[in-house]
Design a protein around this ligand. Structure first.
Ligand SMILES: *Cc1c(COP(=O)(O)O)cnc(C)c1O
Length: 363
């Protein structure tokens, strides 16, 4: 079965076999070697200086990293502006509410890009108690496959001294991220999306200077304690050791395969192949390609075809596709090109879709 859902992904044999390594106690030096290696390799993907940045590992899914970042990096006195256009942006607001963070949401249409004029006027509000210290955004909004305009947002933030927090769970490792942007202090990501490891470990890449302002709103996900202990080859709790094994292997493989840029190019070629094939079948993308990621794209369901029918027919051919979230499940479906996939796989997928479409025409 090939997984075309946005994580977990189809593993390579190399990563799958990495799970079968010796039993390991997380208080032994071998574990801390593994932890150090993963932290180092995560920073190396974007050529980050370990003196300026830290990768903080968390046992949990991507949401744990987003939660740890928000709960840790917005100070008690801070005010967070959340700009959202999808399910994961909405989740940022739910997490902020849970922790009693002072925040305001700018809720955009899920089918549209972020409205920079509205964001600018919020950031420029002259009311003293409405100044925002931080802004949070989803880089790749997996709801629709839209890549939000991070460069414009960071420019707005830089000019105003606002700190930027990014959910890059479904883009880290493939899409471009500009860490030289001064406003950027934290990015949350995970092992089982563009990095091609198993689920169970996620991480926050944090600017070290931001840690002195960090707070401890949560116990298990406390970023401050995690960075403090991990810097000293220590860990507060029992990590998902086998997930760590797989992440180390997946990071080695990423480097051997040519790193982030090569991964971007591979995704780009596969998602282009999907696009051309879908268009030939009369199936159009939901988001303009210039605003889309290469990681995942959403397509309109053809009239007369339900998601369930398309899903089941493709599953019978060996592919798991992904539904739209909430009401979008009635109108769109999603295809991710993450994981161990090649162009022959995409050819077979497109043949499967063509078969379903042709059957529709007969009835
Ligand atoms: C997958 C994803 C998450 C986290 O989901 P988990 O199920 O917790 O791994 C968060 N944000 C985005 C943009 C995602 O795509």
């Amino acid at each position: 079965m090939l997984l075309l859902n946005p994580g977990p992904v189809t593993l390579t044999e190399y990563v799958r076999n990495s799970l079968l390594q010796p039993d390991l106690c997380h208080r032994e030096s071998e574990f801390f070697d593994l932890q150090d290696e993963i932290k180092k390799r995560i920073l190396a993907i974007y050529e980050l200086d370990p003196a300026q940045w830290a990768a903080i590992l968390i046992t949990g899914s991507g949401t744990a990293a987003v939660e740890s970042m928000l709960a840790g990096l917005v100070p008690e006195t801070g005010r967070l502006l959340i700009v959202e256009n999808g399910v994961y942006g909405e989740r940022i607001a739910q997490i902020s509410a849970q922790y009693g963070i002072m925040y305001k949401r700018i809720v955009g249409d899920w089918m549209q890009g972020l409205n920079l004029d509205v964001i600018t006027s919020e950031l420029d509000s002259t009311l003293k108690d409405q100044r925002f210290s931080h802004l949070a955004v989803v880089h790749h909004e997996t709801t629709t496959g839209r890549l939000n305009d991070l460069p414009s947002l960071s420019k707005l933030c830089c000019e105003r001294g606002v700190k930027l927090l990014v959910d890059a769970v479904s883009s880290f490792g493939a899409e471009q991220l500009n860490f030289s942007d001064e406003s950027l202090i934290g990015i949350a990501a995970t092992a089982n999306k563009c990095l091609h490891a198993v689920p169970g470990v996620s991480f926050v890449v944090v600017r070290r200077t931001a840690i002195c302002q960090a707070t401890s709103r949560t116990y298990y996900l406390d970023l401050k304690r995690l960075i403090h202990l991990q810097d000293q080859r220590d860990t507060p709790f029992t990590p998902a050791i086998h997930a760590y094994y797989s992440l180390a292997a997946a990071l080695c493989e990423l480097e051997e395969q040519g790193g982030r840029r090569t991964r971007y190019q591979n995704y780009s070629a596969l998602s282009e192949q999907v696009l051309i094939g879908m268009k030939a079948l009369g199936i159009e993308p939901v988001v303009p390609i210039s605003q889309s990621s290469v990681v995942l794209r959403a397509y309109h369901l053809p009239t007369g075809l339900t998601y369930a029918k398309l899903h089941d027919a493709l599953k019978a051919e060996g592919f798991v596709i992904y539904a739209g979230q909430r009401d979008l499940s009635k109108t769109l479906f999603r295809i991710s090109t993450m994981g161990d996939l090649n162009s022959a796989d995409i050819d077979r997928l497109l043949k499967g879709v063509a078969k379903v479409i042709n059957e529709l025409k007969i009835y």
